[in-house]
Design a protein around this ligand. Structure first.
Ligand SMILES: Cc1cc2nc3c(=O)[nH]c(=O)nc-3n(C[C@H](O)[C@H](O)[C@H](O)COP(=O)(O)OP(=O)(O)OC[C@H]3O[C@@H](n4cnc5c(N)ncnc54)[C@H](O)[C@@H]3O)c2cc1C
Length: 458
């Protein structure tokens, strides 16, 4: 980008501009996934909505790719691009809470840790994911599932409104009565429709939970996986647990004798009282004796951030996702086979229940295409060292390929990688894809917002 153009842009924005050659260029272009190494022409660290409008107009008017960065946690690195403009929203992270109504307004570049910090003092929580460093922007626009999902739904089911800057530079508020089609598309359609500068959520009265991981020896994995799949839907909806395969981290609080051993786990988060929780978890404790049982009372922000330390910025990750209606005997055997090969401490397989409240929302009420499906699965190959890239990636890919024939087709859009084609996007949105393409034609006919799992304008 030539110096005159940069000069002109500099005069228009309040935030910081970063270009190749600047001392902070390498840190400014880095996203969470250390495997991503892209070189944008310009990074606009947006200070306000006006800066967002400027970033959009530069990309549009110069025919350049435009990457929108919320928390920067996208696996395929959609928060950056080569030879284009990055609109980094990290400075738009203000969170305000109305304690009497539970309405929470969140800046488009906030993380869930920012939200927790603001809501927890009021005994409130917004349903989010299981790692608090993730961005509100990408997680919400893709759907968002986590500890409160069975009781209160996906993150999008708690979205009341969004302030959006569109591809043509207009600023609109989308909710159920203003721009309703945009509001529909934003709830699951990812970053395809505009830049959300403020999300408005309905929070819920959740403060102390009873949660944490329960681990079983690897030889109990098949029995525990079967038991989990057969019984987790019978749990009260205020008791949530996701299933995991892992290598026990070599440090506290895990007993030394277990360090680096293979195990399976259920990570619990119950928002009901202690006696109902104990009763609900008792059959799982009885089915096979846990080797570690860390379940206890915790503030909600503590469980939301419990695993942040495992995935610091720069972790090199390759992941694959799918949805599942069932996990049959053949699938359990495949999990046993590939779980035995989990290559690193940061690599894992998670099976997240999405029954309960998410399943009660009509399949066409939001763009999210898998209402009624029982599980969302992610296989994460991850490590700190570039030397492990090939090993962790091929493990995740092979595991996914083996399980995929048992899946419901498509995967949670936030668990798709960059090497997945339009068929995967179709499988993800199913019957909602046509309506999404029509909304895309209305709100972004030139496909400016294409650094994402793209929806082609109809
Ligand atoms: C360690 C880890 C744990 C995770 N756990 C969960 C989980 O428990 N549950 C879950 O649902 N997901 C989970 N995810 C997936 C997560 O939802 C996605 O990676 C998500 O894209 C992260 O959002 P972000 O804003 O940080 O990402 P970014 O890379 O900033 O953005 C991702 C996409 O969203 C778009 N986008 C972001 N913000 C905005 C905005 N304000 N306006 C318009 N477009 C925007 C971007 O353009 C891009 O296409 C996890 C990811 C990681 C790395």
């Amino acid at each position: 980008m030539n110096a005159n153009v940069t000069q002109l842009i500099r005069a228009q924005v309040r935030g910081h501009l970063v270009q190749p050659g600047d001392p902070d260029y390498d840190s400014a272009r880095a996203v969470h996934n250390g495997m991503i190494d892209r070189h944008p022409a310009l990074i606009v660290e947006c200070a306000d909505e006006n800066d967002v409008q400027v970033a959009i107009s530069i990309a549009r008017d110069h025919g350049m790719p435009l990457a929108i960065r919320g928390g920067g946690h996208s696996g395929p690195g959609f928060g950056t691009c080569d030879a284009g403009v990055v609109a980094d929203l990290a400075a738009l992270r203000e969170v305000t809470v109305e304690p009497s109504t539970g309405i929470v307004r969140v800046g488009g570049g906030a993380t869930w840790a920012d939200v927790d910090r603001a809501t927890a003092p009021h005994g409130l929580s917004v349903p989010c994911g299981v790692i608090s460093s993730t961005g509100v922007g990408g997680l919400t626009l893709g759907g968002g599932h986590g500890y409160l999902a069975r009781k209160y739904g996906l993150t999008i089911d708690n979205l009341l409104a969004a302030d959006v800057v569109l591809a043509d530079g207009r600023r609109v508020t989308a909710d159920s009565s203003h721009e309703p089609e945009l509001f529909w598309a934003l709830r699951g359609g990812g970053g395809n429709f505009g830049v959300v500068t403020t999300f408005t959520f309905q929070a819920h009265p959740v403060s102390t939970v009873i949660g944490g991981p329960m681990l079983w020896a690897w030889e109990d994995m098949p029995a525990m996986m079967r038991f989990f799949v057969d019984h987790c839907a019978d749990l009260p909806e205020d008791v949530y647990g996701f299933f995991a395969e892992l290598i026990v981290p070599p440090g506290p609080p895990f007993p030394e004798a277990l360090h680096l051993s293979r195990a399976c786990a259920i990570v619990w988060c119950s928002i009901t009282d202690p006696s109902r929780t104990t009763k609900a978890l008792e059959p799982f404790r009885r089915h096979r004796t846990p080797i570690v049982d860390f379940v206890g009372p915790l503030p909600m922000p503590a469980i939301n951030s419990m695993f942040d330390v495992l995935y610091p910025k720069g972790t090199r990750s390759y992941w694959k996702g799918d949805f599942f209606e069932a996990v049959d005997e053949e699938a359990v055997a495949l999990h046993e086979k590939y779980g035995r090969q989990v290559p690193t401490v940061q690599s894992t397989m998670h099976l997240y229940p999405i029954d309960g409240a998410p399943a009660r929302v009509a399949p066409d009420a939001t763009a999210w295409g898998h209402r009624g499906t029982r599980f969302s699965q992610v296989i994460v190959g991850a490590d700190a060292s570039p030397a492990s890239d090939a090993t962790v990636s091929s493990w995740a890919r092979d595991y996914w390929l083996a399980l995929h024939p048992h899946s419901a087709g498509g995967g949670y859009v936030n668990f798709l990688m960059g090497d997945e084609g339009p068929e995967r996007v179709r499988g993800t949105y199913r019957a909602n894809l046509e309506r999404l393409a029509a909304a895309k034609a209305k709100y972004d006919p030139g496909n400016l917002f294409r650094v994402n799992h793209n929806i082609t304008p109809a």
